[in-house]
Write a protein that binds this ligand. Structure first.
Ligand code: PEP
Ligand code: MN
Length: 356
């Protein structure tokens, strides 16, 4: 796929999108937009016109009556505008009122029928489309949505990481699996990837840390929900910040260039990367040798008719490795993920041996 850049209002990287979760009233929309425009740190003004709420009866957006408010934002503040579309009707309405970019929400991205419906409605236009990750941590589904939109003739596309549904305790509303957007970027190096820190966090106090992390990982922009009176917001009150807080957050961010022309720095990095490459090779060799031993154990177990998996043995391995890792500054989570992956592979090998 060949993507074209989405030119923001300030026409430079990174791209900043801010505005309320929902376009509640014309006054709210105009007040927020004016404050953001005055700060000079916003490319696109966001506001949800149609809201995909988890349960019926919650505020589902004002609908098309809010579209002229967005046009007023553009006329009076010069900010470009963007809103979420979930059906072909939303697309037609948004285009009719001159919305500058559309975004596809996480619940919609998860549904290929809906994405296709939107893609079909987009045919013949060249409006930029921002595609949020699906609610579930499925890179292929995210790529599938990007492909559907691209095949409809849209080339100005960006992806937005807004975190994934996660079962279990986390500090986040939606768990950021950073490796997934990183893999997306690796698959499509030209595709801008933005971070929606608001929907990842679901709360105000960690918005900055998540935004900084995204830029440390070389993300191309940020989408943040802003509301002049966040506690009174009709949706997502807990995560919205005032335009002033938003501008302060942007000012605090450290956005480092990804390249440098300092010769000494480049030489040092090249040297260190060689070391990493050598170690990665060693690691793989070592894992290969470890697996050969697991294979031999598998043969013995087969001859002696013993079950492959032994709980006590596995617990010992894991505990020893976690302790060892701790002494080397490796987190328990990391060591257990690695060990579990190795153990899985050993079991698969031994199963193959049993089948022979
Ligand atoms: C939103 O941006 O307000 C929204 C509903 O986002 P998501 O699709 O990420 O839940
Ligand atoms: Mn929201």
């Amino acid at each position: 796929m060949q993507f074209e850049p989405i030119v923001g209002e300030r026409n430079k990287r990174p791209m900043f999108i801010a505005g309320p979760c929902s376009a509640e009233t014309e006054d709210l929309v105009m007040e927020t937009a004016r404050a953001l425009a005055a700060g000079g740190k916003t490319d696109y003004f966001r506001a949800g016109i149609w809201k995909p709420r988890t349960r019926p009866g919650e505020f589902e957006g004002v609908g098309s009556v809010g579209l002229p408010w967005m046009r007023r934002v553009k006329e009076e503040t010069g900010l470009k505008t963007t809103t979420e579309v979930g059906t072909h009707y939303h697309v037609f309405e948004a285009l009719k009122y001159g919305i500058d970019a559309l975004w596809i929400g996480a619940r919609t991205t998860a549904n290929p029928f809906s994405v296709q419906e939107i893609a079909d409605a987009l045919k013949g236009t060249d409006i930029p489309v921002l595609i949020k990750n699906p609610v579930n941590a499925d890179l292929k589904l995210w790529i599938g949505a990007i492909e559907r939109v691209y095949k409809a003739g849209i080339t100005k596309i960006a992806a937005i990481h807004r975190g994934f549904t996660y079962h279990g305790q986390t500090p986040f509303r939606n768990m950021p699996h950073w490796q997934i957007p990183i893999d997306l970027k690796r698959a499509f190096p030209q595709l801008p990837v933005l971070c929606d820190n608001s929907h990842i966090c679901g709360r105000r106090d960690i918005l900055f840390d998540v935004a900084q992390k995204a830029f440390d990982l070389n993300f191309d922009g940020l989408m943040t929900e802003t509301h002049p009176n966040p506690d009174k917001a009709w949706s997502d009150a807990a995560q919205q910040i005032t335009p002033e807080q938003y501008l302060a957050l942007i000012d605090r961010l450290i956005i480092r260039p990804t390249e440098s022309d300092d010769q000494e720095f480049i030489e040092n990095i090249v040297h260190l990367r060689h070391e990493i490459d050598d170690m990665d090779e060693e690691l793989i060799n070592l894992l290969g040798r470890r697996m050969k031993i697991a294979d031999r154990i598998g043969e013995y177990k087969k001859h002696n008719n013993i079950a492959i998996y032994q709980n006590r043995r596995w617990n010992e391995i894991l505990e020893k490795a976690i302790e060892n890792g701790r002494n080397r500054g490796l987190s328990e989570e990391f060591v257990s993920i690695i060990l579990k992956a190795i153990h899985d592979e050993s079991i698969n090998h031994q199963e193959e041996i049993l089948k022979k």
